[in-house]
Design a protein around this ligand. Structure first.
Ligand code: BGC
Length: 965
């Protein structure tokens, strides 16, 4: 074997700290946080191979003290001997941060070699953080809403959607009279912050300028317990009140305007009857805002949403529904509504009733997760005229966001409608899978005045759609866009603004597309909360889907904060139901007679343990486990067990969703697959107990850990008694049953395990490599085959054969059918191009995409050996007919990479494997070579390492077992 270690350091570039960050924030400067002892993490650049940190130096500055101290005041400096560079604790000597406190920090580090070659980095670029309003007493603002006289509090109001409301307040900034008067008012204002949220969704403007760039703020949380608010720097937005900046000797007016719509707070959610599908968290939208202007002398002026100067009127968005879309009448626009213009003030503004403070039972939180933003613009690739004469634009990608129309020239009152769908059926827009979600926007044109020049441009603000196709009506006959539609219509892709965490590619283009489809399905369903699907009348936080997908999600995007926030909602919901998580979080099914009962369901409920565990594995942040620990314990305790017999297993008379959407389940009974649903529940119970025991041990809760281990052991032996033959067969002779038992380690004896492994390999080959797993089995099936392969018998290549199969049901069947996202069912679209007749036929569900984890962990071989990726394993499974695989993952330590290429062998060798392994500074990797290589494994430090080994790759393709063997 040849091994070369390439130094990462380029001579002309200095070793340095790159990317100093507070907590899990992906930005260097975070405005609005709750963290009062924020931890710091950094990565390194240009350090030599094998770099390990020996110690660091940290400086913290308080930037609020510049009021009294013109220089930034240093709060603390410390030198610490430690190799920790991720989630480094806030200095013990510093007190907790207080409300509105802004601090800067910088760090520098040195390596382990104290000898003459010591590497010392210069000071890093600073990172900063500013706390929000941490105490409820800091809030002077109260909730305001539209007046009851608007008539929507009658009986039918529960079923009638409301349009957008515009709120507006005028205010003067009264600067303090200081003897040393400063000429320019702007110089007098030191900073201005807008703390704002809504029960509903909002967009704010100050003096006609949009504040922030968030979409659907404040995002969706369990509003009965937790409401997020945003904190914006609006310093440059405010007019001060000096004479040089005044109108007729008076200070120039400032105006704050806020659009508020129903959003998730009181809009329609779920497929339930309209009478119970609306107003889940309250009867009407409300606004809570507090604008704080701080002057250079420290004085503060506060403008709050309690002030009698607030007014409200109806906005031009007449319908602002998440499912049904927007209706916008541009004729109703109030020009300059958020500015000081006279005509804006003269419109029909009504006084605003104050609803009172937000109840203390609802926590106000900020900086918990990255916001939802407009991420990317996608243009249509094709214009289609259907048989019935409709005009449809194809964006070439199933995605989530909304459609923007530009350069519209039409008469006043002309209407344009945009109907969205994921598929075409019989050549027309396929809207049946949308069920009761209209997914349609309507724009009414302002008309001639504005159609000069560039024409009209419009995009919705308070809705989103899941679609690939948009049917455009009214935009190609009454205006001169005809023929130019492709350049006048575009999609704005929206989702939580997570940092991408890596990439995957290999020599099979179909697998590459599959991986891209998983990524797109994650993007489409990580919009504020993790949802099942983005298009029909659901878009809900189904717990089972994310329980199964979370480990994959963390490989694709840095979603730690987003999911951590959602887990807090989960815990809040659990608390209302004696430890049982509802099937959807936030729970909007409370009024349904069936779902409202909140009964425990395996896999879905196991999210309470499995999702925090996945986040811990990705981030190494034990605080996530500490925070969720009670939720985990509560769930484990709430799982109903049998009263007699198998008292450590699930009470067997309960409804279970089992291996949901196993391909053999009939279209109208997704829970009715091959694998006994109670067996699935019990397998997950043991996995959940094992995981919780490990968490307890990590948190030094030794009594709990012992108890949970004992429970797991009893459950294991009862599982074997109930489901396992002495030889090693399971009573459900299915792919999922064996997959779960193998991965979760449910066999009492190695011989039973071996037998089960052989049986799984047999079943998959006998099934001609067609997939037989639903939501519960899919994340584990390829992994189980790989583990089976470790005992011989070619299980790894059977895993590849399953992954690369193109016949239905398989992952690549959908790719061959033109899928650009992961489908809810392997056959959401049937081979003849028709849509599966099942009620649940989404084309954008990430759950079955959980297989992508195997592509990273096994095909590329990248795995964390220690939570947080400080110790990495690179152990690719070479085979499957692939000739090259490459995966990159951005871990808390930096970039980890594994790349392998199979080449023709030299002389008498069969083939030669060239591997490139990238290890980030301050981390190590164990590189495991394919069986039969002259070296089994090596441990390497940071740097880029190249290896070349002779290998004997198993014959490909693997043969199925036919009827006659
Ligand atoms: C959702 C699923 C979910 C399931 C459970 C469906 O309607 O789309 O993804 O987990 O219901 O009942």
């Amino acid at each position: 074997m040849e091994a070369t270690s390439q130094q990462q350091q380029q001579r002309h570039e200095q070793p340095c700290i790159a990317g100093l960050r507070f907590e899990h924030y992906s930005v260097a400067h975070q405005l609005g946080t709750q963290a009062v002892r924020p931890r710091l993490s950094w990565k390194f650049a240009n350090v030599p191979a094998g770099f390990v940190q020996l110690g660091y130096e940290l400086e913290v500055y308080d930037s609020t003290t510049i009021i009294t101290d013109p220089g930034q005041k240093i709060l603390h400096r410390e030198v610490v001997e430690s190799d920790q560079s991720v989630l480094v604790p806030w200095p013990a000597k510093l007190p907790d941060l207080v409300s509105r406190q802004a601090v800067f920090a910088r760090s520098r580090a040195a390596d382990a070699e104290a000898a003459q070659n010591t590497i010392r980095t210069p000071w890093s670029e600073p990172a900063s953080i500013e706390t929000g309003l941490l105490d409820r007493g800091d809030w002077q603002g109260q909730l305001i809403s539209s007046p009851p006289s608007w008539g929507d509090e009658c009986q039918s109001a529960a079923e009638t959607p409301r349009g957008e409301e515009l709120y507006r307040a005028e205010f003067d900034v009264v600067q303090p009279a200081t003897p040393a008067a400063v000429e320019e008012a702007q110089r007098q204002i030191r900073s201005a912050r807008l703390y704002i949220t809504a029960q509903g969704v909002y967009e704010a403007e100050i003096n006609g300028r949009r504040v922030g760039d968030e979409f659907l703020a404040p995002g969706w949380t369990e509003y009965r317990s937790r409401l997020r608010y945003q904190c914006y720097d609006v310093t440059g937005y405010i007019h001060g009140g000096s004479s040089s900046n005044s109108v007729g000797g008076r200070p120039r007016k400032n105006v704050i305007g806020v659009r508020v719509a129903e959003g998730w707070f009181c809009g329609r959610l779920s497929w339930l009857d309209d009478s119970i599908a609306r107003n889940h968290f309250g009867e009407r939208p409300a606004l809570l805002a507090q604008l704080e202007v701080t002057f250079v002398d420290g004085a503060r002026q506060v403008v709050v949403s309690t002030d009698s100067s607030w007014r409200v009127t109806r906005g031009p968005t007449l319908l602002a529904e998440l499912y049904d879309g927007e209706k916008y009448d541009a004729r109703l626009e109030i020009e300059g509504w958020s500015g000081a213009e006279k005509h804006a003030a003269a419109a029909q503004w009504e006084p605003v009733p104050v609803r009172g403070p937000l109840p203390d039972t609802v926590a106000l939180i900020t900086g918990e997760a990255a916001p939802v933003r407009r991420i990317e613009v996608v243009r249509p690739v094709q214009r289609i005229t259907t048989l019935s004469g409709k005009t449809i634009l194809d964006f070439g990608q199933n995605l989530v966001g909304y459609t923007r129309i530009k350069r519209v020239r039409a008469r006043r009152g002309h209407k344009i409608t945009l109907s969205h769908a994921e598929v075409l059926e019989k050549g027309e827009l396929g809207t049946r899978p949308l069920r009761k979600a209209a997914n349609r926007d309507e724009y009414t044109c302002k008309g001639s005045d504005s159609s000069a020049g560039e024409g009209e441009t419009w995009e919705p603000r308070f809705t989103f759609h899941g679609y690939r196709y948009v049917q455009v009506e009214g935009n190609n006959d009454n205006n001169d866009n005809n023929g130019d539609l492709l350049s006048c219509v575009e999609t704005v892709v929206c989702h939580t603004d997570m940092a991408p965490a890596g990439s995957f590619s290999c020599s099979d283009e179909l697998l590459n597309r599959l991986h891209a489809n998983v990524t797109w399905s994650m993007r489409g369903n990580f919009l504020s909360i993790p949802t099942d699907c983005p298009q029909r009348d659901e878009r809900l936080g189904w717990t089972g889907d994310i329980a199964m997908f979370a480990p994959t999600a963390t490989l694709l995007y840095n979603c730690t904060d987003m999911l951590r926030g959602w887990l807090r909602d989960l815990a809040a919901e659990q608390a209302k139901h004696a430890g049982v998580p509802p099937l959807v979080v936030p729970n909007v099914l409370t009024r349904d007679p069936f779902f409202g009962r909140v009964t425990p369901v395996a896999v879905w409920g196991d999210v309470a343990v499995l999702a925090p565990w996945a986040l811990y594995q990705a981030s190494g942040d034990v605080e996530i486990l500490r925070e969720q620990y009670q939720s985990m314990l509560d769930w484990v305790a709430a799982i109903p067990r049998n009263k007699t017999g198998n008292t450590h297993l699930w009470k067997s008379s309960l409804l279970q969703l089992g291996d949901w959407l196993d391909p053999s389940a009939p279209p109208d009974n997704p829970a009715g697959g091959k694998t006994d649903a109670i067996l699935v529940a019990d397998a997950f119970l043991i996995h959940t107990l094992d995981t919780t025991a490990e968490v307890a041990a990590l948190l030094h809760q030794n009594t709990d850990a012992e108890r949970l281990r004992r429970e797991a052991a009893s459950a294991r032996s009862q599982f074997a008694h109930e489901y396992l033959t002495p030889a090693g067969r399971l009573v459900s002779d299915s792919q999922t049953a064996y997959a779960l038992a193998i991965v979760f380690g449910l066999f009492p004896s190695p011989a039973q395990r071996r037998h089960a492994c052989d049986r799984l390999v047999y079943l998959v080959r006998r099934n001609a490599f067609k997939i037989g797993t639903g939501f519960a089995g899919t994340p584990y099936i390829c992994e189980a085959l790989t583990l089976a392969g470790h005992q011989g018998g070619g299980g790894e290549d059977v895993a590849y054969a399953l992954l690369r199969n193109e016949e239905c049901p398989s992952w690549l069947y959908s790719v061959k059918m033109g899928a650009t996202t992961i489908w809810e069912r392997y056959d959401s679209m049937l081979a003849d191009g028709s849509v599966n007749p099942g009620e649940m036929t989404s084309f954008n569900h990430y759950a079955l995409g959980a297989v992508a984890r195997w592509m990273w962990e096994r095909a590329a071989g990248l795995k964390a050996l220690e939570a947080g990726w400080r110790r990495i394993q690179v152990a690719p499974v070479v085979g499957g007919g692939l000739t090259r695989v490459k995966a990159v993952h951005y871990t808390p330590y930096g970039k980890v990479g594994s790349q392998w290429v199979l080449e023709e062998g030299e002389e008498d060798e069969e083939e030669r494997l060239r591997m490139t392994v990238t290890v980030p500074p301050n981390a190590t990797a164990e590189v495991v070579f394919p069986a039969g290589s002259e070296t089994e494994k090596l441990v390497v430090g940071s740097g880029v390492h190249e290896f070349s080994v002779a290998v004997k790759v198993p014959a490909w393709p693997v043969k199925p077992i036919g009827l006659f063997g």
